[in-house]
Design a binder for this molecule. Structure first.
Ligand code: ADP
Ligand code: MG
Length: 827
């Protein structure tokens, strides 16, 4: 612990020991004398008022400079510190008495007069560290250290303060050598019995420092290795030995490791303590050590010392979060948080610091999203689309079923949006089969009713065609035309479609990426619907939008992502969830099976086939190359057709087939020409065959849970009981646990939440284009609660201060958002 409670005795003792040793800036167990005092003064006791606290910070700055002072100035500063501490202690006592005796008259200001004012005592120039100061200009750092820090992207004091440690090592456990156990992180204090420094006889490039230590009952050997020719120099080796004289006392910290020479410490941190006779307790100072993310060639100590040198500057940080917000969300002040994230006094203070800083990471991102949304809304004007009208009413009448409550709710959200002059930007999430299409159709009809055109874009031809088929059947009843445009649309047809779009006589176009081609021009595009939106890039989505003047945008996804990810990725969208399935859906019987239980799986499949049902068998992408995967699929297909199910017809569908071949395979299956469809994951989205009742997935452990859930959604679309068989050859407990989530749940949101826990956000979203911001501390898995609070806070701020009159907040937002998202939002 550094100083959670004022420890006047220990501080005075440290000053005394330094004095006794001739002001050499003693190296203690963890810190140098000057660093320790810098830390000490950086955290004034809570009892002191702001004037006093400022003086404490002043002292901290002075001790940061201590190593650069001539001995005489050091002596003066130590004397000053002694009397300053005495005065502070007296002041604390007074405040304390006053508090426990509140009726008494408050003391006069006389103590302040008596106080030795640091400024007047020392002629040395004032060391003022400001936040924007370049690290090269911080006296303690100098060029070499600054150069190291620049490698980490740290250029200013502010950069460094906000460079959080990734961990802390707790060296506070002091252990006797005889008590060591492998695997523990400890500190030992012992006497140097022997010290050798030599070039390894086996490897000329390796130099070894070997120290034998002894404490009360036992001895141990410590080694440090130096790689490189420069260390084989005899002179260097002698100088190293002189640093560790026999008989002196050393503190060594590190992880205990078993070697053939017995227990030792791995890469020990070694610090000389004061002279042997000295009471080591007195300067056994600071023991929770921050561990920073480093890069090649940057010594850990450099960062630690540099942070310590600039820590007094936290006093200059003004907290952009006002008191009211901090209190409401249980947050500590920013300067305190920065101090404690680097050098926490205990685990509680570290937690509180982390919580505040994680909150900030989320908060500014959310505030940025909301600000961007606001900006968009101010600058754009969209067509107002009729909320309802004859078309929508008629559609409800021809619809063969009743909408679920969730569908109704989401439709209301959408119709609300459409009545505004600001463009809708809404994401509808809903499980497979939740009925998103109907919801989209209502929006489309509202647009058409208002005299506008609509476009529906889907990521694959299969899916686009399916939408088209369904829409044709509904639109026929409403006497409205609709067309399909994909890569395989014939030229003549395509020309006709282009023409009808330009005159406006075609109100709705369904299709694939073909919709965003240059030749496609709408007369008046009022609404864009994008299905499976995560399958499109930002540019593709934008390109479709640009075909109209600020059209409303509705995006849909059947791969629900957890709320944390949704907020982090689409915090500027409005999100609606269809979290209820249409009635009468049966749960799909899901079982995870091992390779040995394959026959059981085939028996079940045969039973279903005999009753006239159909079956999917899905193979994962296993090999690096698609070619090999296709071969694997082909081999499996032949095996199933020839030796396992010769009495049935097996079809094959994979990514290397032309779209005509794919259509053929899907059509054959749809028409029950084939009873089994062996497929790679191309069927993940969209194939709808109600007669299929079994989904068998090979090597299921290779899929993400959400993907498996998607695949499972291909069955259970008709009236028959359906099954999902998850074949897995993996015996690991982890993958078994993962698969059991699917056995137990049919809820896409729950499943994606579990997926996130098991695999982390990068994997869940697909590492390459996840678009997740790079948080320094925040975890999307562990910090969900804080994220929700931060979103709440951001909404509150936008409500109370929508133009960000709080200039501190505005500046901080700009700085943070740019850093996270690599772009500016306010301009
Ligand atoms: P998804 O959300 O996966 O896109 P779809 O819109 O394709 O789901 O709907 C799945 C099936 O459920 C379709 O056949 C659709 O007609 C039907 N459906 C949608 N809503 C309802 C409802 N409220 N009641 C009954 N069936 C519905
Ligand atoms: Mg759909």
């Amino acid at each position: 612990m550094v100083n959670s409670q004022p420890d006047w005795v220990r501080w005075q003792k440290a000053l005394e020991v330094e004095e006794k040793n001739g002001f050499v800036d003693l190296i203690g167990n963890q810190y140098r004398f000057s660093e320790f005092l810098c830390l000490t003064f950086g955290k004034p006791p809570k009892l002191l008022d702001s004037e006093w606290r400022k003086n404490w910070q002043e002292m901290a700055s002075k001790f940061a400079k201590y190593p650069n002072l001539p001995i005489s100035d050091r002596e003066n500063l130590v004397k000053l510190a002694k009397s300053f501490l005495q005065a502070s202690e007296a002041e604390c006592q007074k405040v304390w008495q006053r508090r426990s005796n509140p009726t008494e008259e408050p003391e006069t200001q006389e103590t302040l007069q008596e106080l030795p004012i640091p400024n007047s005592q020392l002629p040395t120039p004032q060391l003022e560290i400001s936040l924007d100061q370049p690290l090269t200009e911080v006296p303690k750092l100098g060029i070499t250290k600054s150069r190291h820090l620049a490698k980490l992207g740290l250029y200013t004091v502010r950069d460094l303060l906000f460079y959080y440690p990734r961990d802390h090592i707790d060296y506070s456990r002091r252990v006797d050598i005889s008590q060591l156990e492998a695997g523990e992180t400890v500190t030992i204090v012992a006497t140097i019995k022997r010290c050798e420094c030599f070039t390894s006889p086996k490897n000329k490039k390796l130099t070894i420092l070997e120290i034998v230590l002894q404490d009360r009952y036992a001895k141990m050997r410590l080694s440090r290795f130096f790689a490189g020719n420069q260390y084989s120099n005899r002179g260097w080796q002698e100088s190293i030995k002189r640093r560790y004289p026999v008989g002196s006392i050393i503190a060594a910290s590190g992880l205990v490791k078993e070697t053939k020479y017995g227990l030792t410490l791995q890469d020990p941190e070694m610090e000389m303590l004061a002279s042997p006779g000295d009471n080591i307790e007195s300067i056994n100072i600071g023991r929770v050590v921050p561990v920073y993310p480093l890069t090649e060639g940057v010594p850990a100590d450099v960062v630690r010392q540099a942070v310590m040198a600039v820590l007094p500057a936290t006093a200059k940080i003004e907290d952009p979060l006002v008191r009211g917000l901090r209190d409401r969300y249980g947050l500590i002040k920013l300067p305190e948080a920065i101090n404690n994230i680097h050098f926490p006094t205990d685990s509680d203070s570290k937690e509180a610091a982390r919580r505040r800083l994680v909150f900030d990471e989320f908060f500014y991102l959310q505030l940025g999203f909301l600000k961007r949304r606001q900006t968009l809304r101010q600058t754009q004007a969209s067509a107002i689309l009729a909320p309802t009208g004859q078309l929508v009413e008629k559609f409800y009448q021809v619809l063969p079923f009743k909408l679920t409550g969730a569908q109704q709710r989401v439709i209301n959200d959408i119709l609300n949006d459409l009545q505004k002059t600001t463009p809708m930007n809404r994401l509808v999430q809903g499980d497979v089969g939740a009925g998103k299409t109907v919801v989209a159709v209502v929006a489309i009809l509202a647009a058409i009713q208002a005299g506008y055109q609509a476009a529906l874009m889907a990521p694959t031809e299969v899916l686009a065609e399916q939408h088209y088929r369904k829409l044709v059947s509904w639109f026929n009843l409403l006497h409205l035309p609709v067309e399909l445009l994909t890569g395989s649309t014939k030229t003549a047809k395509r020309r006709e479609i282009h023409a009808q779009l330009e005159t406006g006589e075609l109100p709705l176009l369904v299709g694939t990426h073909a919709l965003i081609q240059d030749k496609v021009n709408f007369h008046s595009l009022g609404l864009v619907v994008i299905d499976e939106q995560h399958r499109f890039g930002v540019h593709q989505r934008a390109k479709l939008q640009q075909k109209g003047a600020q059209p409303h945008v509705l995006t849909m996804t059947a791969t629900p992502i957890p709320r944390t990810l949704a907020l982090t990725l689409h915090g500027d969208l409005d999100v609606s969830q269809i979290d209820e399935l249409p009635p009468g859906r049966q749960a799909i019987n899901t079982v995870a099976l091992s390779g040995r239980e394959r026959n059981q799986a085939y028996d079940l499949i045969r039973r279903e086939l005999v009753q006239g049902r159909q079956v999917y068998i899905v193979l994962p992408l296993v090999e690096e190359s698609e070619k090999l995967d296709v071969r694997a699929a082909t081999v499996e297909y032949e095996k199933l057709q020839e030796s396992v199910f010769p009495e049935f017809k097996v079809g094959l569908l994979h990514g290397r087939m032309t779209s005509a071949e794919k259509d053929q395979a899907i059509n054959d299956f749809r028409e029950n020409q084939t009873q089994i469809l062996v497929a790679t994951t191309v069927i993940e989205v969209g194939v709808d065959v109600p007669n299929a009742t079994v989904m068998l997935i090979e090597n299921a452990e290779r899929f993400g849970l959400s993907q498996l859930h998607q695949l499972r959604g291909r069955v259970g679309r008709g009236t028959h009981k359906s099954h999902c068989l998850l074949m897995s050859s993996s015996t690991s407990a982890d993958s078994r646990q993962r698969l059991s989530v699917l056995e137990q749940s049919q809820d896409g949101f729950f499943i994606s939440e579990m997926d996130l826990r098991f695999r982390g956000p990068g994997q869940v979203l697909g590492t390459r284009q996840s678009g997740l911001p790079d948080f320094a501390l925040a975890s999307l898995v562990e910090d969900q609660e804080v994220l929700n609070l931060a979103r709440d806070a951001a909404e509150l701020v936008m409500l109370q201060d929508q133009h960000l009159q709080n200039s501190l907040l505005k500046a901080e937002l700009e700085y943070r958002y740019q850093k996270l998202m690599g772009g500016s939002i306010l301009t």
